[in-house]
Design a protein around this ligand. Structure first.
Ligand SMILES: [Zn+2]
Length: 175
């Protein structure tokens, strides 16, 4: 696996330990960028079928080589959200299970302000159901609520649940 990707997920998992969660990336395939805009990528992701073994779909937007799509087998999350990172990635608010980040950056100027690691942390929060709360307390509570869904009898036992941006429980893999 690409060293940058390994580093990216090691960084995220370091934080996910706080929630006793772990994200395991699995490469699905490499693909050409589906469009120029972030919305093009999200739309592409919305139409992708989520396979049985995975809980979230994350698209890692590359720099020089072809863009890559990854499958996250188990999901995690983390702390320390920056609010100006949105342009570096996004997560759709319909099911909060699909998103993308820029995995590699062109400019060193950008690296001074943000990094792929912190972007994944930010978008990772969305993948666990968090919005753009001003206080992390609400996000912690949301993650707690999501984890409580693990005992919900209606949950697909092979799917890590989430709560979407409007508060709806997502208990099954959205296809
Ligand atoms: Zn965000």
């Amino acid at each position: 696996m690409d060293q940058d990707v390994t580093t990216l997920f090691e960084s995220w998992n370091e934080e996910l330990k706080l929630y006793q969660l772990k994200a395991i990336p699995r490469i699905l395939f490499e693909t050409e960028r589906p469009g120029f805009y972030g919305t093009d990528i999200l739309e592409y992701m919305m139409n992708m079928r989520m396979s049985e073994e995975c809980d979230r779909l994350l698209y890692l937007k590359g720099r020089t080589w072809g863009d890559i799509v990854f499958e996250i087998v188990t999901l995690g999350i983390f702390v320390g959200v920056g609010l100006k990172l949105e342009l570096q990635g996004a997560v759709e608010g319909n099911t909060n299970t699909r998103g993308y980040i820029k995995a590699k950056y062109i400019s060193t100027i950008q690296l001074l302000f943000t990094s792929p690691n912190s972007t994944l942390v930010h978008e990772g929060y969305h993948l666990l159901g968090c919005g753009h709360q001003l206080f992390m307390k609400e996000c912690y509570e949301r993650i707690r609520d999501v984890k409580l869904l693990l005992t919900d009898p209606d949950r697909d036992p092979n799917f890590f649940p989430v709560i979407n941006s409007t508060g709806k429980k997502i208990l099954k893999r959205p296809n």
